[in-house]
Design a protein around this ligand. Structure first.
Ligand code: GAR
Length: 193
């Protein structure tokens, strides 16, 4: 199974995938890692790992549609079986998702459909929930919407701030992402279409 991974930031979840592949624990080929902006640590760490990388800079395009078309073409050039949004903080078009047969996987640091968006951890803390968690799901063109594949709860501790809670969520999120990719590769769980 060939995957292209999209990142916008540090890519620590991506690193878990890279590590699992290198350790022989995950039978997927990371065809490329792409970002929507320059100078992300996610792309840097991928290049350091010897992976193919690319940037389709959102700010280099006049319109979202032009950026989306360029991203679609670039990702498609790697002929992935599954595209993974691993902290990729841009909405993509229905056309993007259709190009990859609906196989656009996303991870989110909250128990969807609660607390979607770019601030899932902050929003859950602000609401005062005692339990939050993470979700791996097939993404549609909405904000963190689409069929859920896996979820796991994480308890909010009284002393938690956003960073401490997010870090504990990410520990679980990394495991769920690697596990889900493994299940997809071995066809233990079905594809969306
Ligand atoms: C992850 O927690 C991911 O779920 C979140 O960004 C973080 C990226 O961390 N994504 C979203 O909030 C999407 N709405 P990383 O760059 O260290 O892997």
């Amino acid at each position: 199974m060939r995957i292209v991974v999209l990142v916008s930031g540090t890519g620590s979840n991506l690193q878990a995938v890279i590590d699992a592949v290198k350790a022989g624990e995950l039978d997927v080929e990371i065809a490329a890692v792409g970002a929507d902006r320059e100078d992300t640590f996610g792309v840097q760490r991928s290049a350091d790992a010897g992976l193919e990388t690319f940037v389709v800079n959102f700010n280099s395009f006049e319109t979202r549609a032009e950026w989306d078309a360029a991203l679609t073409a670039k990702v498609a050039s790697y002929q992935p079986d599954v595209v993974v949004s691993s902290g990729f903080m841009r909405i993509v078009s229905p056309e993007f998702i259709d190009t990859f047969g609906g196989k656009y996987l996303n991870t989110h640091p909250a128990l969807l459909p609660a607390f979607p968006g770019a601030h899932g951890v902050r929003d859950a803390l602000a609401y005062g929930v005692k339990v939050t968690g993470c979700t791996v799901h097939w993404a549609d063109a909405g904000v963190d919407t689409g069929p859920i594949i896996a979820q796991e709860a994480v308890t909010v501790l009284p002393e938690d701030d956003q960073d401490s809670l997010h870090e504990r969520i990410k520990v679980v999120e990394r495991r769920l992402l690697v596990q889900t990719l493994g299940e997809l590769a071995s066809r233990t769980i079905p594809s969306p279409n």
